[in-house]
Design a protein around this ligand. Structure first.
Ligand code: ZN
Length: 146
């Protein structure tokens, strides 16, 4: 069986089709040649959102702001989650101040907020920071496992 996944490039938004068995081989983007799968969060901006929620891997977005203390203390947890979930879930950070239009489109009412997208649609949302184990358990409850 030749199963392949469509994955948007976090650098250039180009869509890549990657055979499932190559996911662990640090696949490169066909367009910009950078690595498609990261083990750390990437930055999500207004113009990236429509492309980045597509594809066959879920996308977890951490909505944060520079002035938000709880957001800052949650940042290392989010980074650890990105390492744990590499190749299974893509993690991105959205600076709500720098991207007010997207924040309002996503109806962000408080930060930090976590939004899980699958197949281009929001499937779960959680407000407030949480410890790593709780975050992983929350994701597992929505079918995302490392
Ligand atoms: Zn690319």
């Amino acid at each position: 069986m030749t199963d392949s996944l469509v994955i948007p490039c976090p650098h250039c938004n180009g869509l890549n089709r990657i055979p499932a068995e190559r996911l662990g081989d640090q696949p490169k983007c066909g367009r910009c040649k950078a690595e498609v799968l990261l083990s750390k969060p990437f930055e999500l901006k207004q113009g990236d959102h429509a492309s980045q929620i597509k594809g066959d891997l879920p996308l977890l977005v951490d909505v944060w702001a520079e002035w938000c203390g709880p957001c800052k203390s949650f940042a290392p947890v989010f980074e650890q989650a990105a390492t744990r979930l590499a190749g299974h879930c893509r993690l991105a950070k959205l600076d709500s101040d720098a991207n007010p239009q997207l924040s309002s489109q996503l109806a962000i009412r408080s930060i930090p907020s976590l939004i899980l997208f699958k197949n281009g649609r929001e499937v779960a949302r959680q407000s407030g920071a949480m410890p790593l184990q709780q975050l992983l358990a929350w994701l597992e409850g929505h079918g995302v496992q490392g």
